[in-house]
Ligand binder design. Structure first.
Ligand SMILES: Cc1cc2nc3c(=O)[nH]c(=O)nc-3n(C[C@H](O)[C@H](O)[C@H](O)COP(=O)(O)OP(=O)(O)OC[C@H]3O[C@@H](n4cnc5c(N)ncnc54)[C@H](O)[C@@H]3O)c2cc1C
Length: 416
């Protein structure tokens, strides 16, 4: 990557080198604009991050190309020599559950399909918590709520029914064998990025923007702000004068929490690849375990919502220990010896993210449009939370990044 010394003056500054900031930067490069990307971390990619363990690329952030058949990252992967795996996701496959009785599994699938049909029918009406649409006393409610903690990072009581209803997903989910994070970071690698450059204030009181960073002040005609909502809402990046409506919109779209633990699995061939099991089906605080993704000798454990928060608070090793307990309860006590933790995440503790992906609070589905609205034709907002229908995904981040870059170009290229 082209780690750039900080330029004091640019036409356009991009704040944040996640999927959105990178997409914006690539669009500005195509247009020949004068710009720099300001990134707090010592790497690019943000919540897209592939690490290598035991010679395997493991995605600690995004892993699935959701709506993969119309996801720009799919075309980018194909054009840049990455390998797309089209094996269907376990949650879309009828026989993917390893431990549930087939008739029970069919019952669960019917219950969750009916729940999402009710969401679809209710999305145009009054906004309220999605939990209101659970069938009273329903056998599968706890598991449907657990699925919400994986999909939204939060339980259904904290999730807007309108927002969930607007999410556009065609159930085509593919993967990048070399890692989604590697794809996104690779796409950003030619960009001029100032790393370890923490932005603290964007002063828009004068004719020129003054962006205060840990490496000095950058003057810019306009800025693309591609930051996670929690970073805007908690004031780590301040605006002068203050932008009350943006802070409120960001707070209405908090990042829910989802964390992963990756295990190496001994004698992997004894378990069928691309299957899944839940730790429990009768409580929300449970993990989802993807067995042998991409046929590899690994298990990916996934936790969301309150459970993920509690495990982060308990400290390092707590999520792996919890996963091992749940897996041995399902697969026998000897299973413990076959598992070696490889990597785990703590996205809430990550100060440059403070969570995993955004969801709208009940009654606040309109906040996405408010957050996405430019200010004074020079502060352009991007990032997954600004997407109307692909929020929470790297796909949505990409689309908002390109849109913000085009809006910035229209202004900077305007005659006079
Ligand atoms: C566990 C997990 C699983 C996921 N699974 C999927 C999936 O399967 N499919 C999918 O599509 N999506 C998934 N996502 C979501 C996806 O990763 C995000 O939606 C997407 O990467 C967000 O991109 P972004 O550019 O909007 O934000 P970010 O990637 O968060 O980028 C923002 C950037 O701003 C930087 N920054 C923060 N503060 C400052 C500051 N003060 N100064 C300068 N820079 C700053 C950050 O370091 C970061 O690089 C997952 C996320 C997680 C955490």
């Amino acid at each position: 990557m082209n780690a750039t010394p900080l330029k004091a003056e640019v036409e356009i500054a991009i704040v944040g080198a996640g999927a959105a900031g990178i997409a914006a930067g690539r669009r500005l490069t195509e247009a020949g604009a004068d710009f720099v990307v300001l990134e707090a971390r010592s790497r690019i990619g943000g919540r897209a991050w592939t690490v290598e363990r035991d010679g395997l690329p493991l995605d600690l952030g995004c892993g699935w190309l959701h709506s993969a058949d119309h996801n720009s990252w799919t075309q980018i992967a194909e054009a840049t020599g990455f390998t797309i795996d089209r094996t269907p996701a376990p949650w879309t496959s009828p026989n993917s559950d390893l431990t549930m009785d087939p008739s029970e599994f069919a019952e669960y699938r019917a219950a969750i399909a009916a729940f999402y049909e009710r969401i679809g029918a209710a999305k145009e009406g009054r906004d309220h918590p999605a939990a209101d649409l659970l069938e009273p006393g329903g056998r599968w409610n706890a598991l449907i709520d657990a699925i919400s903690t994986y999909a939204n990072g939060a339980e259904l009581e904290f999730v807007s029914v309108q927002d969930v209803g607007r999410y556009d997903d065609d159930d085509v989910n593919w993967r990048v064998r070399e890692g989604y994070g590697s794809l996104i970071a690779g796409y950003g690698s030619p960009l001029p990025v100032a790393l370890e450059c923490v932005v603290s204030r964007i002063n828009h009181s004068g004719a020129v923007l003054k962006i205060e960073t840990s490496s000095g002040v950058v003057s810019a005609r306009c800025a693309i702000i591609a930051l996670p909502t929690n970073v805007i809402a908690n004031g780590s990046v301040q605006f002068t004068p203050g932008l009350v409506e943006k802070a409120e919109a960001a707070a209405s779209l908090p990042l829910g929490l989802a964390d992963k633990v990756w295990f190496a699995l001994e004698r992997a061939e004894e378990l069928p690849a691309e299957t899944r099991l839940f730790g429990r089906t009768d409580r929300t605080e449970t993990g989802a375990y993807h067995i042998r993704p991409l046929g590899r000798a690994v298990i990916e454990a996934y936790f969301g919502g309150r459970l993920a928060r509690r495990l982060e608070e308990e400290g390092e090793g707590a999520s792996a220990a919890f996963a091992i307990e749940e897996l041995t309860a399902q697969l026998g006590s000897g299973f413990r010896r076959r598992l070696k933790p490889l990597a785990s995440t703590a996205w809430a503790k990550d100060v440059f993210a403070r969570g995993s992906y955004s969801h709208a609070l009940p009654g606040r589905a309109g906040a996405r449009a408010v957050l996405a609205q430019p200010v004074e034709e020079r502060l352009f907002f991007a990032g997954e939370a600004c997407s109307a229908s692909s929020f929470s995904t790297a796909r949505g981040a990409y689309e908002t990044g390109v849109a913000a870059a085009e809006a910035a170009l229209r202004v900077t290229r305007r005659p006079g």
